[in-house]
Design a protein around this ligand. Structure first.
Ligand code: ZN
Length: 226
């Protein structure tokens, strides 16, 4: 029996997923959820980039990392989970800070990092290499997701002209982080199968405190580097 039977996708779309190559930058909070969702969808090649090791404080929300993997690199721990779940997926590990050069072998980049400095860096690498980027971020009870097709749609710098202040210690609970990760994975799916309905030139903002979902349109800023 075909393991993707219950995806109920056309043969053509399922094959597109299986030939897609997605680089996941960050294998922590967002990354763990994105890895499991993309593995479930049947993305053929997953690149995993992270230089952190699994810590006990990750285990409140990063379900692919096992207790016995505390102290191991997150890339290796994530690889172990993928292999046990779906041995058909090809995996490339980058246990180091993200570099522009890593983008070349992938079709889509998923931003699963936890700071705006790296998020802007990923945006610029995507602009330089022309690779599609799914941006996602979570700050306490707020989250946002957008996709970027370089030079065609608004980029992160069109939306945020400067890096927002990062404030102290915020709630970091699994239902919120994993919901954003699930929507980020859905964006990867849409970029492959249904681009017209992806979050292009718009940002989805979610406030989990009152469950408000808002989609705000943005256009390319003529003064932006993109
Ligand atoms: Zn821009």
């Amino acid at each position: 029996m075909n393991r993707y039977l219950k995806n109920n996708l056309s043969k053509e779309v399922q094959e597109r997923l299986q030939s897609a190559k997605v680089l996941i930058c960050g294998c922590g909070g967002l990354g763990s959820g994105v890895i499991s969702n993309l593995a479930g969808l049947g993305i053929g090649t997953l690149g995993l980039c992270d230089f952190d090791k699994v810590e006990i404080t990750n285990l409140n929300r990063q379900f692919i990392h096992k207790y016995e993997n505390i102290g191991k690199f997150k890339t290796e721990s994530a690889q172990e989970w993928i292999k046990s779940y779906n041995p058909d997926i090809k995996i490339k590990l980058f246990t180091e800070p993200v570099k522009e050069d890593m983008f070349k072998d992938f079709d889509i980049i998923a931003d699963c990092t936890d700071n705006f400095k790296t998020k802007f860096q990923l945006n610029d690498f995507a602009l330089n290499t022309g690779k599609a980027l799914v941006h996602a971020g979570v700050q306490g009870e707020m989250g946002q997701i957008m996709s970027i097709i370089p030079h065609q749609t608004a980029c992160l710098r069109c939306v945020l002209e400067e890096k927002p202040e990062e404030t102290g210690i915020l709630k970091n609970i699994s239902p919120i982080v994993n919901t954003i990760a699930a929507i980020e994975s859905l964006e990867v799916f849409k970029l492959i199968s249904d681009k017209e309905n992806a979050l292009l030139n718009k940002v989805l903002f979610i406030n989990f405190k009152d469950y408000s979902f808002k989609t705000i349109k943005f256009s390319k800023n003529p003064h932006c580097i993109c």
